[in-house]
Design a protein around this ligand. Sequence first.
Ligand code: 5GP
Ligand code: 5GP
Ligand code: 5GP
Length: 227
Amino acid sequence: VNRSQREFDYFALSLQWPGTYCRGTRHCCSKNACCRGSDTPTQFTIHGLWPDYNDGSWPSCCYRSEFNEKEITTLKDGLDKYWPSLSCGSPSSCYGGKGSFWGHEWGNHLQSLHKKHGTCSSPVFHDEYSYFLTTLNIYFKYNVTDVLYKEGYVASNSEKYPLGGIVTAIQNAFHVNPEVVCKKDAIDELRICFEKDLTPRDCVVSKGLTSKKSCPKYVSLPEYTPL
Ligand code: 5GP
Ligand code: 5GP
Ligand code: 5GP
């Protein structure tokens, strides 16, 4: 456990595009699987709220407390729907399980380098409940899927969209610069960044982004079709 780390500089709300995450894999949950709601995701869903440093790195090894699903029981409906795990492993990777997606994002991992995000978000968040609740609330407040939809950027297996148009749509809506991560030409993640008081700010783009993850000029938003 690293107790001497400096305080983080800002948050990145990392959103995942299910159509890209699940493209061509058998490891995505099928309908009604235990680890997500029964709807087919047609929007960006939450990956995590990540404390970051301005130099592109981030704190880790911040073990504070074991993930305890009981603390977020009252948020379960919202988390199931908007923060689903799309990856179906054993039932223990589902809600409440030791290796669950939520537990992982909180920082409940055996390897110290993976103890990050929620547990590293002090002094802003001191407990699971406020971390998960606030993440849901800013996800609702800054609805990226809606912003893109209004500009005609919708899920499609045939269309390609100009990356610049997508970035401009976000800039016009929220007045900040997002970070876009791609898998080949498909948008994989879209990140909106926040000061510690949760007002929007520019993301630190491309510092940690290898060319493998940076986006080409034209990108796609594939439909959700797990095998
Ligand atoms: P990857 O190696 O797939 O890019 O990232 C693996 C994990 O490292 C992510 O799921 C996330 O937990 C963490 N990670 C990647 N990029 C960032 C970042 O920019 N900020 C923070 N805080 N964590 C990141
Ligand atoms: P993970 O191991 O969580 O899948 O992915 C984290 C990856 O991002 C690691 O390969 C790690 O080397 C890299 N990385 C880059 N900057 C940082 C940082 O500041 N902290 C941590 N924990 N990993 C970082
Ligand atoms: P990160 O990439 O944030 O370090 O860690 C995410 C971890 O949660 C990975 O070990 C991944 O296998 C697991 N996981 C479970 N469900 C999901 C999901 O829907 N999306 C992502 N990105 N990771 C998931």
